[in-house]
Write a protein that binds this ligand. Structure first.
Ligand code: FAD
Ligand code: NAP
Length: 337
C-alpha cells in the first residue's frame, strides 16, 4: 500500500485532466484496504475509488482521498459441462479478461471487447456494448462496506442492473468498494451478431461462421475505426446516455423528425443521443480546448490542455442545444467530481 500527498491525477484519468488529489492511496488486497480503514481517516473524509479513470471527469482538484483499487488476479472458481465461472479482482484490466475468455473459446464477453477500465468498475454502470451487457454473464460480486467494515456479497438481483445503471450508482452510491466480480461464461457460446455493425464487419473480414474470436476481432476493428484512443485524444467514451422516452413521446418525435433513430424497449423508446447531437449541428464542434468528437458525437474530447470544468461547460452547451431542439434532455453518463 502506498499513500502520496498532492498527487497529480493526469495519467490516472483518460480525459488527461491535470487535477490534484490531496491524498492518493494505492491498494492491492482486502487486507490493505482494511489497513487504510484502520490507520487513516480516509472514509470519514471525502473519498473516491478509482479504477482506470475512463468514466470520470475531474472538474476541480480532489480535496480528499483518491483510492486506486489494484486488486489483481483471475481464477476459475467453478466449472461444469456447459459453463465456467471466472472470478476477477477489481484491479484486473477488463479487456485482458475478455482476451482470456476469447483465447479459451468461452462465450459471453466478446461483444464487450476493448472497453477500457478495470473489472471492479464494470458493474458500476452495467457496462455494455454491441448488444451485450455485463448483467448477461454476471453471477455475483464481493464488496467492502465502508461504514460497517465488512465484506458483503451481491447476487445478480441485488445489483439492480439497468441501462448503464446499478445499485452502486443509485441507492448504495459511495457505500462500497468492489473487490472482485464473478461471471459465468459459456463453453458452447451463443454468437450474437444482431447488432448491425458486427455482421457487416464480419462480412468485410470474409468470415462466414463466426466464433467468439471472430466477433471479438470485429468489435475491436469497429471500435478502433470510430472511437478516439484516449492515449492520443483524451476522452471518457460516451459522455451522454441514450435517453429512453415514453411511447407517446417517441411518436411525437417521429412525426417531427421522421429520420430520428429510435430503438423500442419494453418500457419506452430509446433514442440515439449521438444522432440527436449530430442533428443539433454539434458533431465536430470545438469550444476552446475541447469539443465534440468528429466521428462519434456522443464522445467529448480534450483537444489538449482543457480543464475538467471547460469540458463540463461544453457538456452543458450540448445538453441545452439538444433539449431546445428535441424537448428531451440527455443525461450525463460520465461520473463528475
Ligand atoms: P473509473 O472511471 O475509474 O470509475 C468509474 C466509476 O466507478 C467511478 O464513480 C468510480 O468511483 C467507481 N469505481 C471504480 N472502481 C470501483 C471499485 N472497485 N469499487 C467501487 N467503485 C468503483 N462503457 C461502456 O459501458 N461501454 C463501452 O463500450 C464503453 N466504451 C468506452 C470507450 C472509451 C474510449 C472510453 C474512454 C470509455 C468507454 N466506456 C464504455 C466507459 C468506461 O470504460 C467504463 O464505464 C468502464 O467500466 C470504467 O472503468 P474504469 O475502471 O475506468 O472506472
Ligand atoms: P452505433 O453502433 O453507432 O449505434 C448508435 C446507438 O444506437 C448506440 O448508442 C446504440 O445504443 C444504439 N443501437 C445501435 N444498434 C442497436 C440495436 N440493434 N439495438 C439497440 N440499440 C442499438 O454506436 P457506437 O457509438 O458505435 O457504439 C457501439 C456500441 O459500443 C454501443 O453499444 C455503445 O453503447 C458502446 N459504446 C459505449 C461507450 C460508452 O462510453 N458507454 C463508448 C463507445 C461505445 P447502446 O449504446 O444502448 O448500445
Amino acid at each position: 500500500m502506498t499513500i502520496e500527498e498532492n498527487a497529480s491525477l493526469r495519467t490516472l484519468n483518460t480525459f488527461g485532466i491535470d487535477a490534484v488529489a490531496r491524498r492518493l492511496a494505492r491498494f492491492d488486497s482486502l487486507d490493505q484496504l482494511e489497513e487504510i480503514a484502520r490507520r487513516t481517516t480516509a472514509f470519514a473524509e471525502r473519498h473516491l475509488f478509482l479504477g482506470g479513470g475512463s468514466n470520470v471527469l475531474f472538474t476541480r482538484d480532489f480535496d480528499g482521498w483518491v483510492l486506486l483499487n489494484r486488486i489483481p488476479g483471475v481464477k476459475v472458481v467453478k466449472e461444469d459441462e456447459n459453463h465456467v465461472w471466472l472470478q476477477a479482482g477489481a484491479g484486473h484490466i477488463w479487456h485482458d479478461l475478455v482476451l482470456m475468455a476469447v483465447a479459451n473459446g468461452w462465450g459471453g464477453l466478446e461483444n464487450m471487447s476493448l472497453i477500457p477500465g478495470r473489472c471492479g468498475a464494470a458493474p458500476m454502470q452495467n457496462i455494455g456494448a454491441y448488444g451485450a451487457e455485463i448483467k448477461d454473464v454476471f453471477t455475483s460480486l464481493r464488496a467492502y462496506h465502508l461504514r460497517d467494515r465488512a465484506v458483503v456479497e451481491f447476487t445478480l438481483n441485488d445489483c439492480e442492473f439497468g441501462y448503464r445503471e446499478s445499485i452502486f450508482k443509485s441507492k448504495e452510491k459511495g457505500n462500497f468498494a468492489i473487490l472482485d466480480i464473478t461471471l459465468r461464461l459459456d463453453k458452447k457460446p451463443n454468437i450474437n451478431v444482431g447488432y448491425g455493425a458486427i455482421a457487416s464487419e464480419l462480412e468485410a473480414m470474409g468470415v462466414q461462421n463466426p466464433g467468439v474470436a471472430d466477433v471479438s476481432r470485429a468489435v475491436m476493428r469497429i471500435r478502433q475505426s470510430k472511437l478516439p484512443d484516449p492515449a492520443v485524444l483524451g476522452n471518457a467514451g460516451s459522455f451522454f446516455k441514450n435517453p429512453t422516452v415514453s411511447f407517446a413521446e417517441g411518436e411525437r418525435l417521429k412525426k417531427e423528425f421522421p429520420d430520428i433513430v429510435t430503438y423500442p424497449q419494453p418500457d419506452g423508446v430509446k433514442l440515439a443521443a449521438g444522432w440527436m447531437i449530430e442533428k443539433a449541428g454539434l458533431k465536430g464542434f470545438v469550444q476552446g480546448r475541447c469539443g465534440v468528437h468528429d466521428r462519434q458525437a456522443l464522445v467529448l474530447v480534450n483537444h489538449g490542455g482543457a480543464t475538467g470544468s471547460e469540458i463540463f461547460t461544453l457538456s452543458e452547451a450540448v445538453i441545452s442545444r439538444v433539449q431546445a431542439l428535441f424537448g428531451v434532455r440527455p443525461e450525463r453518463e460520465v461520473n463528475i467530481f
